[in-house]
Write a protein of this length. Structure first.
Length: 357
């Protein structure tokens, strides 16, 4: 535990992004572990109330980090005796850097995506510590961008398991008597691979697999994906649902993560905690979550037929599906519980307080 340490987390917004959901889960772990935590955001968002419910209200300061007009955030942080600023996304790095400099305290930034522009932005600034949510991101920062490994710590996202009761694994769930539901969850964007998912759906329908298919999320590719579903002749079998909340995962019999690149895979981790079997592609941080055949099934990226094979395998094998569900939940409890992750993060904060970046 970091005795008496007061930490500030900076969010773009407490919205429906994976970054915000990850922060909400880990914030619960930080508080239960006895750490002091304040949340500042540049904009309000849809899950602000969720932070408030756990005793960590979101304070909105749209001018934070701006010279002359960002003084209200500085005054608020001074009253809280903030000793370290942790920016939750490289998008906010510039503002967080100015804010931490004004307070004369250390800065930490989380790299949570395999986005080349964001990683380059981190590499250009050497005055902060970096939390990489997966080994894949650490390797990319070190090898492709030349960031010294001494500045990076691999600390994954954590899950607030108090809100995710352990499923019953005593009997394999049976899908007979109803149509199974297969879906993806995430931003609708090229790198998330929903086009590949739709092509896999076409293959499954051609094989006579009776299922409903759902795409949960919104984003720039929404209309293009709808058009592709029309072209493939599957639009009546695919439901698009823009609102994304983790509770929707329990409605799925299989979660598919068809990403072309992935920082860690929060939706996969949540599904594993909730007892939903997963199929994912072999990219980025998904290797930290999916051990093929044990905690889920892994296929090559951009391989619609391989994806279809894996989905069919899970739907047709209730015993194997249940065993993967059980092992997946055990993995999350062992390595991704928010309180355990919070302690790893607190130890890194200690190092950053003593470091000279």
């Amino acid at each position: 535990m970091v005795d008496g340490l007061s930490i500030l987390w900076l969010l773009e917004a407490a919205d429906l992004s994976g970054t915000s959901f990850a922060a909400r889960h880990l914030a619960a772990g930080m508080l239960r572990a006895g750490h002091k935590l304040s949340i500042f955001a540049l904009r309000p968002g849809e899950i602000s109330l969720d932070f408030e419910r756990i005793g960590c209200p979101v304070n909105v300061f749209p001018h934070l980090g701006r010279m002359l007009i960002g003084k209200s955030a500085l005054r608020a942080s001074s009253a809280l005796d903030i000793r370290l600023v942790h920016v939750q996304s490289p998008k906010s790095l510039a503002r967080g850097r100015r804010f931490a400099k004004a307070l004369r305290i250390p800065l930490v930034v989380t790299a949570n995506r395999m986005d080349p522009d964001e990683l380059e932005r981190l590499a250009e600034y050497d005055g902060c510590g970096i939390v990489a949510v997966s080994e894949a991101i650490r390797e990319r920062l070190a090898n492709a961008h030349g960031v010294p490994q001494s500045r990076i710590r691999v600390i994954p996202n954590g899950l607030d398991l108090s809100r995710m009761p352990k499923p019953d694994f005593t009997e394999a769930p049976r899908l007979r008597g109803r149509v199974s539901v297969v879906g993806t969850l995430g931003q609708l964007a090229e790198q998330k691979g929903q086009r590949v998912f739709l092509q896999a759906v076409r293959a499954l329908i051609d094989r006579g697999i009776d299922a409903e298919y759902v795409i949960l999320g919104d984003g720039p590719d929404r209309q293009a994906l709808r058009s592709l579903a029309e072209e493939l002749g599957i639009s009546k079998r695919v439901t698009f649902t823009p609102q994304t909340v983790s509770g929707q995962l329990t409605q799925l019999d299989v979660l598919v993560e068809p990403s072309l690149r992935e920082g860690l895979g929060l939706s996969v981790m949540q599904a594993m905690a909730m007892g939903v079997p997963v199929v994912g592609t072999g990219v980025g941080g998904l290797y930290s979550l999916i051990e093929d055949g044990k905690t889920g099934l892994m296929v090559k990226a951009n391989d619609p037929l391989g994806l279809a094979d894996a989905i069919e395998r899970i739907l047709s094998d209730p015993v194997g599906r249940n065993e993967m569900r059980r092992q997946a939940r055990e993995l999350v409890e062992r390595e991704f519980d928010a309180e355990l992750v919070a302690e790893k993060l607190a130890r890194y904060y200690r190092e950053c307080l003593e470091a000279d970046f």
